[in-house]
Design a protein around this ligand. Structure first.
Ligand code: GDP
Length: 162
């Protein structure tokens, strides 16, 4: 009898679990307010812009990365000429890491922060307003749903998300 119940319900349950996770994926992104912006006292203004754009904060922490952690986070750029400069910058001061939620979160957040190089960022974007250069560009935003999950998991346990 028990076996019958589990056979009958386990597949739909697994499907629903997967569907819920997939559905949540496209609604969440990950961000870091970088050391240039925290150091200049822009944290509050940037968070205000994020919340006013319709994102809700699902997890957040104020931390200083180690060299190893920064290198691991940006591992994909390890072969790039600016890698060490990027790591040195990311460990130069505290950051604010956060998981954000909104429909179409990844794409909408990339629009909100603007191009990697602030000189090419649209008016009104966070990087246009707060960033000084392509390296010291104030804020990070995940570039895909898959990376949003990987990056959020890098910083936050399940107990730290609400
Ligand atoms: P993002 O997705 O817009 O953050 O851009 P990328 O994934 O291409 O790069 C990751 C981060 O590396 C950027 O946000 C910058 O902080 C840094 N970066 C990218 N290109 C350069 C560069 O040419 N010089 C330096 N110093 N840093 C760079």
């Amino acid at each position: 009898m028990l076996k019958l119940i589990s056979d009958r319900y386990i597949k739909p349950l697994l499907f629903l679990t997967f569907a819920a996770k997939f559905n949540n994926m496209s609604k969440q992104t990950f961000t870091m307010i970088k050391p240039d912006a925290t150091g200049k006292g822009h944290t509050g203004a940037i968070l205000d812009q994020i919340v006013k754009a319709g994102f809700s904060i699902k997890a957040m922490k104020w931390i200083k990365l180690t060299e190893e952690q920064a290198g691991l986070f940006y591992d994909i750029h390890r072969a790039r000429p600016f890698f060490q400069e990027l790591v040195d910058f990311m460990i130069s001061g505290p950051i604010v890491a956060a998981v954000l939620e909104k429909d179409n979160a990844v794409a909408d957040f990339r629009t909100l922060i603007g191009a990697t190089n602030p000189a090419q960022a649209d008016e009104g974007t966070i990087r246009k307003i707060f960033a000084a250069s392509i390296g010291e560009n104030a804020i990070h935003g995940s570039d895909s749903d898959e990376n949003a999950i990987i990056e959020a998991d890098f910083f936050f346990s399940k107990l730290e998300r609400f």
